[in-house]
Design a protein around this ligand. Structure first.
Ligand code: ZN
Length: 437
């Protein structure tokens, strides 16, 4: 059950190219890396950039100082750089305070992070809320540091500034909103970060061309503190969010994994599970847990929003996660295109899920007289459509939505909706169907 509007096969290639462009940028939870990333996204979709000043109280947190980095290296006392930010922006622990010093080898070692099991990979580490500094290196680089002393430099600033997030709002016919959210705070990491960003760009490019029932609000925000900042500054609007999805890790070749909202049987949960059941063999569904990405904030008990999370292989469950091996080789154009297609299909089902009422409920209406029975030979799936017509007539008693009918009949939502369209056209169902997309 893929989206009714077949996606351009070019979509995956374009989104992959966008990931390639964004990959080298040194993002963190604040600073120029996020601004540059949002500026590029804003070339492609109608994005508004918001800046929230350092020190602003956001729920139980406050917006941190702004971090920017120009250069960082470890060099021999003779001036030869042996670790260099210019080779990989993972080399410096994100949010390191500035440092310039000559250190003994052991003293330096206390500030190094490496992966003994993966001697060629650089780990990704952060120190957002602790005043320290460090370098991330490959195990081989670390082993090769056998001089007595080294010079280290982290040419960074931690100063009052702001936290930056981006928001796209696409108005719909109804005031209810659908929230889509991706984090934008990781540096050169492809699946964890960029795949979610570019998937949402692809989804927005699809949505802007279509009639919309709901209003769509798409957030590109630094993880945790960005979501907290948005929640703190939009507390009065949170009730408008009727469905939501956090996305990440959508570019690898793994099967889809859906993590339910805290509510567990919200419409978003049922719709994503329905779409995956019909379109994504081998998919997995998990119950909510208070870990992972920004679903932790949206599903905190004071908000308890109907927000689920869609990934392929989840965070922490692939070996390349949070290392330099989560690079552009790990993500694939076709996987990105399919991820866009799944999200778009979910949004179509949400948009089109209505409850209609059978106008001829006493006995079955005579379908043959109306051209709705055994006259559908031209349609390849006519037996399925006939089944869908019978189910839709029977369950459209004002208490079952089209999604209820699809689940009860084990038919796909799209065939049930096609049946509902036919029946509405023939006056056998009443109620409002969404715009045909
Ligand atoms: Zn991460």
């Amino acid at each position: 059950m893929h989206s009714q509007s077949a996606l351009d096969p070019e979509v995956g290639r374009e989104l992959y190219q966008l990931a390639q462009e964004l990959y080298p940028i040194c993002r963190s939870i604040t600073g120029e890396g996020v601004r540059r990333t949002l500026k590029r996204i804003g070339d492609l979709v109608p994005l508004t950039v918001h800046e929230v000043r350092s020190g602003t109280q956001v729920l139980d947190w406050s917006v941190p100082l702004e971090w920017n980095i120009r250069d960082a290296w470890i060099a021999t006392t003779g001036g030869r750089r042996v670790v260099d930010l210019r080779d990989s922006n993972l080399h410096v622990v994100s949010y390191s305070r500035p440092v310039r010093a000559r250190l003994g080898r052991n003293e330096l070692d206390a500030h190094l992070h490496s992966l003994p099991d993966r001697p060629d990979w650089i780990p990704y580490r952060t120190t957002y809320y602790a005043d320290t500094w460090g370098f991330c290196v490959t195990e081989r680089q670390r082993a090769a540091l056998d001089d007595a002393e080294y010079d280290v430099c982290i040419d960074a600033t931690l100063e009052p500034g702001s936290l930056t997030y981006g928001e796209v709002v696409l108005p719909g016919n109804e005031s209810g909103e659908v929230l889509l959210s991706a984090h934008v705070c990781h540096p050169s990491l492809a699946n964890d970060n960029l795949s979610g960003i570019v998937t949402l760009v692809g989804v927005i490019q699809h949505l802007v061309r279509k009639p919309r029932r709901y209003t769509y609000r798409i957030l590109f925000a630094p993880g945790t503190i960005g979501a907290l900042t948005w929640l703190a500054t939009h507390e009065a609007d949170v009730h408008k969010i009727v469905h939501g999805l956090v996305v990440s890790c959508l570019g690898d070749s793994g099967t889809f994994t859906y993590k339910q909202s805290r509510q567990e049987a919200a419409e978003i949960d049922r719709v994503v599970e329905h779409v995956l059941r019909h379109s994504a063999p081998g998919h997995r569904v998990r119950r909510f847990s208070p870990d992972g990405y920004d679903e932790r904030q949206y599903c905190s008990p004071g908000f308890d929003m109907p927000v689920g999370r869609l990934t392929r292989t989840p965070n922490g469950e692939y070996p390349e996660y949070h290392t330099s091996a989560d690079n552009l080789d790990l993500i694939r154009p076709d996987a990105l295109a399919e991820s866009v297609d799944i999200v778009v299909t979910v949004l179509e089902v949400l948009d089109e899920n209505r409850t209609l009422v059978n106008q001829s409920p006493k006995g079955e209406p005579q379908l043959g007289r109306r051209g709705l029975y055994r006259t559908l030979g031209g349609l390849p799936d006519s037996p399925v459509l006939e089944q869908a017509i019978r189910w839709t007539l029977n369950l459209s008693d004002g208490r079952h939505s089209l999604l209820d009918i699809a689940e009860r009949s084990a038919l796909s939502f799209h065939v049930v909706r096609a049946a509902a369209c036919l029946l509405t056209d023939h006056g056998l169902l009443a109620g409002q169907l969404g715009p045909v997309r």
